[in-house]
Design a protein around this ligand. Structure first.
Ligand SMILES: C[S@@+](CC[C@H](N)C(=O)[O-])C[C@H]1O[C@@H](n2cnc3c(N)ncnc32)[C@H](O)[C@@H]1O
Length: 298
């Protein structure tokens, strides 16, 4: 939607600069405070209650970051050498059996480029027995989602559903997915309103490409589903074209989409999707089933 014309700025440069600096100091102090709370929760042993008081839901304006992050640059990301060395226990402590010394479940649902976590917070209660993970490349956005989850867990600590099956990790899904997930581990992968990278020379940065689809097929189990939604028709056509061309994916019908509860959740729950609804934009959905590997169909 075109932006309405802005009134001319009446403040002099010095005042503007001072206000910006003051706002940044405030943002930093707020984030530091949250970071300390986050550290306490992360470093607490499972059986120890933490003294972190019920944390309020974080405020998005303190976590703003540039809209785009270059998926090809070195973000100094931490990632495990292999899924065997990934420690999920601090992220999903209620799914860790300390006597057996192992997790009782594996991550099954991944929201790739989860943004501010709207989808996670809806998928969690809909699949309370499954572990749901958001992967997000931007630092501050990931921190926002971490803080949101801490706050939800504290707020619902006494309820039947405690938001203990959702978590978020900072990561570049275009580089390291097989470091986090075993072959055929996932049953659902969501790509909601991915960055469109409009310019032709930037298309290679799109999150759906032929090569990446082979990686997604590796971590998805047979019968697993890739969900896509976007408000950019050109990107929708691109994703459909690449998925149609890939031998390990088959498009699911409109009738299937209409009866699937995740499609409805994905349509309404993400922050980007809600923005599109507010602006009365269109949303395009395409879902694909992971087919068996050719050598496995006899
Ligand atoms: C337009 S936003 C959509 C966020 C969310 N899915 C929603 O619908 O509200 C796209 C998100 O993908 C993240 N992202 C882009 N490339 C990524 C990558 N390679 N790995 C993980 N996250 C990525 C961006 O930082 C951004 O938060």
């Amino acid at each position: 939607m075109p932006k309405p014309p802005q009134p001319p700025c009446t403040k002099d440069k010095e005042t503007q600069l001072r206000e910006q600096q003051e706002a940044e100091i405030k943002r930093r102090a707020y984030r530091e405070n949250k970071q300390n709370a986050r550290k306490k929760v992360k470093h607490a042993r499972f059986e120890e209650p933490t003294d972190v008081s019920p944390v309020d839901l974080p405020r998005k304006r303190f976590y703003r970051q540039r809209a785009h992050s270059n998926p090809f640059s070195d973000h100094r990301l931490d990632y495990p050498n292999s899924p065997d060395t990934m420690d999920w226990s601090k992220m999903y402590p209620n799914f860790y059996d300390s006597e057996l010394g192992k997790m009782t479940s594996k991550v099954e649902i991944a929201d790739i480029g989860c943004g501010y976590g709207g989808l996670l917070t809806q998928l969690g209660p809909s699949f309370p027995e499954s572990l749901v993970l958001g992967m997000e490349i931007r630092v501050q956005v990931t921190q926002y989602v971490e803080d949101r989850i801490i706050a939800l867990r504290n707020k619902h600590a006494q309820d039947d559903y405690k938001y203990d099956n959702i978590s978020v990790i900072r990561g570049n899904a275009m580089k390291f997915l097989p470091n986090f997930f075993y072959k055929s581990q996932l049953s659902k992968m969501f790509f909601c309103f991915p960055d469109p990278h409009f310019k032709q020379r930037k298309h290679k940065a799109r999150i759906i490409t032929n090569t990446l689809l082979s990686e997604y097929a590796y971590v998805l189990k047979e019968g697993g589903v890739i969900y896509t939604i976007t408000d950019v028709e050109d990107l929708h056509n691109w994703m459909v074209q690449h998925l149609d061309e890939h031998p390990l994916f088959e498009r699911l019908s409109k009738e299937w989409e209409d009866q699937d509860k995740c499609v409805e959740i994905m349509y309404n729950s993400t922050e980007e999707g809600q923005k599109v609804t507010r602006n009365k934009g269109s949303k395009w959905v395409a879902c694909y089933r992971r087919l068996p590997n050719p050598e496995e169909c006899v």
